[in-house]
Structure formats: C-alpha cells, structure tokens
Design a protein around this ligand. Sequence first.
Ligand code: DSN
Length: 435
Amino acid sequence: MAVAPLTLDDLRTAGLAQIDPEVADLLGLELERQRGEIELIASENFTWPAMLEAVGSVPTNKYSEGYPGRRYYGGCEVVDEIERLAIERAKALFGAEHANVQPHAGAQTNMAVYFACLEPGDTILSLSLSHGGHLTHGLGANFSGRLYTIVHYGVSRETSLVDYDEVRELAHEHRPRLIVCGGSAYPRVVEAERFREIADEVGAYLLCDMAHFSGLVAAGLVPSPVPHCDFVTSTTHKTLAGPRSGFILCKEEHAQALDRAVFPGMQGGPLNHVIAAKATCFRIAASEPFREYQRAIRANADTLAATLEEGGLDVLTGGTDTHLLLVDLRATAWTGKEAEERLAEVAVTVNRNTVPYDERPPTVASGLRLGTPAVTMRGFDEDDVREVGRIICEALGPSPDLDALRARSRALCERRPLYPGRPAFATLPSAGSEG
Ligand code: DSN
C-alpha cells in the first residue's frame, strides 16, 4: 500500500495503519495467526483485552527511576499510585510480605533475586533445564551459569518426579547459598515445604520460580510456595494471563536488598504502562471468574493428558497437577522437532522439549510440552480439548489425512473465536486515516 506523504502535524495524530501499513498488516496477520491455530504452548496465553489497552497506554511516556514516593524524576504522582496499587494487590493476592512489580520479565526476576542474596561464585542448587528447570537456573550459556557455581538436581529416571532425597544429599554435599525450586517444564506440584526443610538444614535461601503456575496458585488450585520461600518469582503472562512481564515476592527481611537489586542494581526506568496492566491483572486474578478460568485450565489439562494416553502417547508422570504436560516421544519414530512441525501442519502449535535423560540436543529434543491456558482462554471446553487430543494423535499416527485434520482444527477455532469483535489491527479506524 502506498503511503501518502505525512506532515509533522499528521504524525502527531495519525494511527499506525496510516503511518506504517507494513507493520500494521503484520500485526493483523499475527492476530489472524493466533485466531486460526490451536495454541498449546504451555507458557503462552491470550491476555485480556483490558491488558492490551493498558499496555498501549500513556504511562509508556514516563520515566520514574526509584520507587513510589522516592523517585529521581518529577511528575511521578500518578505512576506512584499505579505502582502502589500493583504492589498492594500482588501482596494481597499471594499473601506476601513484600512485592516488587518492576521487573520487565521472568529472567530479570531471577537475576534480581540472585543479586539480592548472592555474591558471584556462590553456589545455587537448582533443577536442570533438561529435567524441567529454566535457563536462568544455571544454564552455562546464561548469566546464571556464568556468574554462579551451579549444582543441579534432576528428576527420577523411574518416576520423572523430583527426588527429594537426591536434593537433600546434594544440598548437604555442596552447601548451596540458594536452592531454587520450580521451573518451566515440570508438570507436578512443586513441594516448596519439603525444599524449605532441606534449605533450613544447610542454611540456604529458598527461591521458588512459579512463573508457570502462578495463576493456579492465585486460584488456590496448587499449594502456594509463598509461606515457605524467602523469594518467589513469576511472570504475569502465563497462567496469570496478564501482560508480558514479571514480579517478585519476598519476606520483609529481604525487601530492601531485593528492591536495590532491581533498581539501581539491574534496571533503569520501570515500564509504568505495564505496571498498570499488572495492577489490573492482580485485580482480575483475585476474582471468582478467574478462579473459574483456572479450574477450566486444570480440567482441560487432565482431559488432554487422558486423551493423548488413550491415543497411545506417553505422557510423563501419567498426567499433570498443573496446566502443562510433557509427552515423551522416545517410543515413537518422532523427534520433538519433527512432531512440532507435523502438528503445525494441522494448525496445532506446540513446542519441542527435552525430556529427562534425553539423548537428543534441545534443538531436536525427544518430547513435546503442551499446555491449556491459551485454548481455555478462548473458551475450549473438555469436549473441544478431547478433539484436540485426537487430532494430535492422528497427526502423529500412520497415514494421516492432514487436510482433514487441519480442517478439524480450524473448525474448533471458528467455534471458539479469539477476541471476538476485535478487528484486525490494520483495519482499525485511526485518527486522520481517511484518504
Ligand atoms: N520461555 C518460557 C517458557 O516457555 O517456559 C520460560 O521463560
């Protein structure tokens, strides 16, 4: 599309479609992609329209290094109120003594905790990435693996569950300064209470990374790690269904060190528009409709696991306590990469994932990680998810009719529209866009 020459005055009022149709069209295409595929990436979600509004709001213009009432810029009286609201709501939602809502994303939450309680070289005991941990829990190529001494625990070869005896043995042998529990691909409850006992035996701090399951914690569907941990980190965009961002909870005794680690330790100006969205995210997460949504995520995850098992796939640990499941493909001819690509052909989006004791590299992997937050957000019920499970099993089975399977996926997407009534971005009316 040709772009008419714009004046400086036009730029002051024009919308994106008028100024940059190329980008506007790409945004529209992304919306249509999200609408037309069955989204099963466990860490993704479709956030509420209210969040889209907040993250597109004017506090994006404001600098406010510091904390409410203690800023290094003028004009912070409104963003102070926004941040106070987010802090108080986060504390109330999770029963926490202190909250920092400034981290830009999940990686920054863990970095801030390490900066708050460790010195470079100190030892961290954490779940290895290939057994369900996270990059920031000590991967060699990540800052965590480069700055700290990392010892990993894993899951049992027989049960794929955390072996708490192994955690205890490693803790006593290596005397870590910090133990990390939680991760990004562990389908069962993280027993923070048991980690606390072990941490106390060796005088370690305890961090739970609940980024994946914080929505379930908020809804009371899995045990809260908050009472047992020195620090709890989370993103807001996974099960919590808020904006793409992070926050940290901690005991009051660590509040000052944590706040200093976030600012000035590692971040400059907070993203005030995103903090506004976080405040609303916490408000929604305290509501009964949100609990209803989380219950549906759990029911759908159980149904998906059962359907995949009925179809002959190996769901590790036999199911899930959360929103995510891990499929072990080692008994099939599929690699994770090939299975991910095959499912994309039938409009089902997943990610390849290593399984514990995987012999393939993460770029290929032997498993798939699936989750139900996003499909549940667009209204998929257990019947829909059963159909999704069957589509997956048939797509990975012998001689599938891929066109027919794709049509079945599309039919589900049409029955459960995403952002109904929201026009594609490129066609949104915008000021001065006529002509
Ligand atoms: N990338 C996220 C996930 O997929 O779990 C974690 O950071």
